[in-house]
Design a protein around this ligand. Sequence first.
Ligand code: UDP
Length: 393
Amino acid sequence: MALTVLMNAGPWLPVPPPGYGGIENVVATLVPELRRLGVRVVLASVADSTLPVDELLSVFPQGQFAALQKPYNQVMGIAHAHLNAVVRALRERDDIDLVHDHVEAVGLAVLSAMGPGARPALHTLHWDLGKHPDLYGYVDGGDRVRVNGVSAAQLARAPRALRDHAVGHVHLATPLAVGADRRPTGEKADHLVILGRITPGKGQHLGARLAHEAGFDLVLAGPVGPYRRPEELATAGPEADQNPDVRYWREQVAPLVDGVRVRWIGTVAGADRDELVGRARASLFPLCWEEPGGTAVIESLALGTPVLAVGRGCLPELVEHGRTGLLAEDGDALADLVPAVARLDARECRREASRRFTPATMAERYVELYERVRRLPATAAADGDRTDGGGRR
Ligand code: UDP
């Protein structure tokens, strides 16, 4: 396919990321499949990104993620400096057909501000769309900037101005889903796991409380703000408390982490992550927010581990209650489901993942959206996707 896409992954982490990194993982999963389909990819990221691409654009030598905990007035220039380089590339060169942007808020605003003569752009909304109401409530990308969600539930809650620019949703994918239906099930251990950023929306405090009350072993894996390991957080200076996730950890989660019933092992990556999740009896998602896309949910299915979750956000789209997981109305109801979730069939989880969540499936869907965004006149962007929650209302 003769199509060149500028894939804007942003300045926060390299692609692929060293461990945690939801958006960068999505980009790392999507790009190889797009290139297999013949799409040329110019990646806008940081200079130490190692993903094979046709060209790499960068401003920063390394990921700027750690800066996110500093006060806004010290770090607000970072995303803008990165976008400045993207805009310069779009102005100076004529080989780019479309921008696929993943930079929260700033990407959407800057691309929209480029006006009617600019290259078409698709901005993927990776977030809870209750965020940024002042931007999402009034954004106007005209004919040239369209958005897509990562689940139907996410877009259904989007403000009208955003939905007017929506071309639908694309579920997330994982390389672990490739051939998942052919992988044998390994031995299960006794623990449940919560894999993800330690942050109030992911509900680690609820999970830890349930583990003590219902009597199951729980492993928490993931970073607390920029701190990837317990030792790093333990030796952090007083500035650490400026980070709301650090405060959440210290006030609501850490008192329940006894190192026996509930353990925090920091960020896990690669084979360690796969083994931790694959051997768990279930992945627990005691959600306190509307989970928008749920990469860790589909990874769990691909690794043959059923999902035990509060059925909020994208969860009902990804998990079939009674077959690939169990969904509860709220956090308290999760405890009763622990014995039953362990009896679900790992093969069903892996089969579902290999059917729905492979990188090839995601890439084909994005190529459809790229074509649609390039062809669309101002008024008809959403017509093809009314049924899945992404359409114009
Ligand atoms: N992740 C990881 N190691 C960790 C914690 C998380 O590799 O210790 C990965 C996880 O496997 C998933 C991503 O980070 O690929 C988190 O994406 P998700 O959509 O679940 O959550 P987000 O943080 O984007 O809300």
